[in-house]
Each structure stands twice: as C-alpha cells, then as structure tokens.
Design a protein around this ligand. Sequence first.
Ligand SMILES: [Zn+2]
Length: 280
Amino acid sequence: MPELPEVETVRTGLAPVMEGRTFVSVVLNRADIRFPFPDNFINRLEGVTLTRLTRRAKFLVAHLSSGETLLMHLGMSGRFSIDVGTLPQDSGATNPKHDHVIFKMSGPDAPTIIYNDPRRFGFMELLERGDIGRLHDLGPEPLSNAFSGPVLYEALCTKKAPIKSALLDQRVVAGLGNIYVCEALFGAHISPVRKSCDLGEAECEDLSAEIKRTLKLAIKAGGSSLKDFAGADGALGYFQHRFKVYDHAKQPCADKKCTGQIARIKQSGRSTFYCPVCQH
Ligand SMILES: [Zn+2]
C-alpha cells in the first residue's frame, strides 16, 4: 500500500510530464473506482492546463488552470505509468483490464499517463476553487515545520490509544501507514503497545525526528528508483526499499548490539512488527 514516500515518488515522476501541460484527452474505462468519478470529469479536464502537481499526505494534488483542483489517491494498489511510446508493449507487469483512467497530455512527446488499480481503492475528485474537501481533516505534514516534537507531544498527551494506532490516525500526523509507523517506532526505540499519553516530551522529540528521517530515507530510495523506471514497466512509486522491522518477523533485530528477535503482533487488525528487547 503506497504511503507518503511512494506517493512523493509518483509525484516526482509525474511532474515533468504533467506540469505546465494541457489535458488533450481523458478516457475513463469505468464510471467509478472507489467512488464514482465526479460529474463531467472529462469535460472539466480536457483543454485545461495542470499548473502544478503537489502532494499532501498520501494525496496527489493537481492544481488546474480552471481554478479547480484534481485530488488523486492511490488506495491500496493504484499505480501510474507514463508512456511516451517507449514502454514495452507486453511487459505483463500490469493487467490492461485494470487501466481505469488514461490522460493524454500536450507537448512534443505527447505523454500518455495511465492509472491502473486492480483493487480499486483509489479515487479521483475535482474540487471547486477554494474548496479543500477531505484535505481539511488532515493533521500536520510530517516533513514540514508544522510537525515537531512539541506538536506530537500535544497531540498524544490526551490519547490513551497505543502509540502505533495514534500514528496511523491521519489527524495526528498525515501520510503515515503501517510500514513507516513500524520503522519509525523501531528507530526511536519505542514500543508500539505503549499508551500514547505515557510518552514524554523527549520521546516525542526523538519520535518526530525518527519519522522525518525514515520518510526522507524512503523518498531518497524512491528517487533513485525513478532513474531506471524507463527500463521497467513504467509504473511509478513501487520501489525496493530495505525495511528494518516491517515484514521481518522472527528475524534477528537489525540493531547489532541487540539480541532480540522481531515479533509480529496484531493491533486494530493490522500487523505490527517490533523488537521486544530494544523497544520500550
Ligand atoms: Zn532490538
């Protein structure tokens, strides 16, 4: 499931073939993905220029010359690929029956941008000028100055939920999912089962720094993956990244000085991976 670093990588990959370009044609191969496409979706995009592509949490935010904003969310399995006529026709990496949206953009290379989503948890929305829609409910962006130790402490000090669950709450901090929450808690040596309100100010400082560090490292890995995407299937944002605890159950702790073994537990129905020896 794409989290903030994957979405940022998709944004970095799409920006050069979308920013400053006009939607020449838009094809929808079905009426809905997770939600129905907005009314007049095609008419509201064709002939319109995408001025800037930004990201907020796990959303791609396309600012349009019409004053509207196109919000795109990848859900569980959404992926974008770019075809400038160089993709292998039969890479077999994605099944074309799941190509739900096809954008043809202007420009000398006339890129085709394909949105493929087998599980259809992704969605696209058009917001009218001035409307921020569901972005309204999001907490601070973790890599911005709006997120810090004191901000995290303030958000956690009234919460009895385990810290793992609190960090998945998009109102506490936006853009984290299961993977990077496990990684950041490991890096900060904090147990995922701790009560949120029991974390002290110094621990919140460490944890916020670790969240930023973990995300930055992953974004860097994603950026390197873009360099050779043309040789692959053109899908953006799914890169090989080495995790320290995520999906490492029963393996020795990544900390060489620690004798622990990574445990896997269920929290709110989702797997948590952590080291019971060095995470307290
Ligand atoms: Zn350990």
